[in-house]
Design a protein around this ligand. Structure first.
Ligand SMILES: [Zn+2]
Length: 139
């Protein structure tokens, strides 16, 4: 495995392998409830609305808005010591679910709640890519 970062890399397991496989292909997957049709964040194991555990993967557009964000100044893990200050954003996808990620290509001081964003995929290794978001012009 070729590692392109010193940061911790997610280890895909049977519950997440399809998500990371899709991310490696530049596709963002979310979950969809087979019972009521609600769209859910990819890590959900049961439906927020009807508690059904019958969930399936669905492909999201990758587009959404910045719902909230913080700028981290503390070094909470030594692998991030050269990266502070960095942003952590809560992105509300157009399909509804909110997912936590980072915004790239924008200065932390220029991040605004409500900004339109789209997913870009950062390769962390030959097996794993993760979704990040960049700001785009409003629709
Ligand atoms: Zn449901």
């Amino acid at each position: 495995m070729t590692t392109t970062t010193n940061r911790p890399i997610p280890t895909p397991d049977e519950r997440s392998a399809e998500f990371f496989r899709a991310a490696k292909e530049g596709r963002l997957l979310i979950k969809r409830c087979s019972n009521c049709g609600r769209n859910l964040a990819p890590q959900r194991e049961a439906c927020d609305a009807c508690t059904s555990e019958a969930l399936e993967w669905a492909e999201a557009s990758g587009r959404g808005v910045v719902y909230s964000f913080v700028v981290m100044h503390q070094v909470l893990h030594p692998s991030f010591k050269d990266e502070v200050p960095y942003n952590v954003a809560l992105v509300e996808l157009d399909e509804g679910p909110r997912i936590i990620s980072n915004l790239v290509g924008v200065a932390n001081s220029d991040i605004r709640v409500g900004a339109r964003v789209e997913a870009v995929f950062e390769d962390l290794s030959e097996e794993v890519a993760v979704p990040k978001f960049r700001t785009v012009a409003a629709d």
